[in-house]
Design a binder for this molecule. Sequence first.
Ligand code: SAM
Length: 267
Amino acid sequence: RPTKQRGQNFVIDANTVRRIVRESRVSADDVVVEVGPGLGSLTLALLEVAGRVVAIELDERLAAALPATIAEHAPAQAARFEVVLGDAMRVTEVPGPPPTALVANLPYNVSVPVLLHLLQLLPSLERGLVMVQAEVADRLAATPGSKVYGVPSVKAAWYADVRRAGSIGRNVFWPAPNVDSGLVAWDRREPPATTATREQVFAVVDAAFAQRRKALRGVLRGLAGSAEAVDAALTHAGVDPLARGESLRVEDFARIAEGLAATGAPA
Ligand code: SAM
């Protein structure tokens, strides 16, 4: 029985599975990480095209059943498959050669933290294609100025160029979720060139969007300690003190963090 708590909605439509694999552009050169293989429908399709697939599954029973599913439906590919029992938000390593692609129908309740964790953990990941809740897909791919631009958009942009890659209705799942889904495709990019650390930049991003209606000047006070430090950081960054986080690119956040670090602020 699927559990809602673990975001278990299985894709039962073969066309959708084929579409995900096609959009992912995975080839025999790729080592694919799949999160939440579930009953293995996407896993089997990935094994047809990928060099190797490592699947991370939180549910003990599903993880235990997977090798037998692969052995039954794709015996020739079984040697190129490995399942890891664990939480994809917390794994600290993935066994085998460095993964090059992430392809997954992500558990919807944790899709953003899983994606950000793996982007950080696995620099070898060059690209990915994930299915998430439609609203989350919009957020991840949003650009400055959009109403849904926020923390997930900026943090994802630190690692990757992200785009929407289509919509998926709820009837391709069992059980059918209450929301529509969307495909998100990404390609790895160099993070913005900055002397600030990623943690410092992300702290500014979190602060800016915790009060998204407020001007940066007010929002950053807590982080910087003093109004003077905020002004100095915003001047360094060339950012209007009256601007709001929703208008800034990840590069702007990086420069603000750099300015705060220069003033000795405890970001
Ligand atoms: N890939 C399958 C499919 O498309 O039919 C299942 C997708 S289902 C939306 C999400 C899967 O992720 C479930 O199998 C669930 O047990 C698993 N899962 C949930 N939370 C997880 C986590 N934190 N780490 C790894 N797997 C997780």
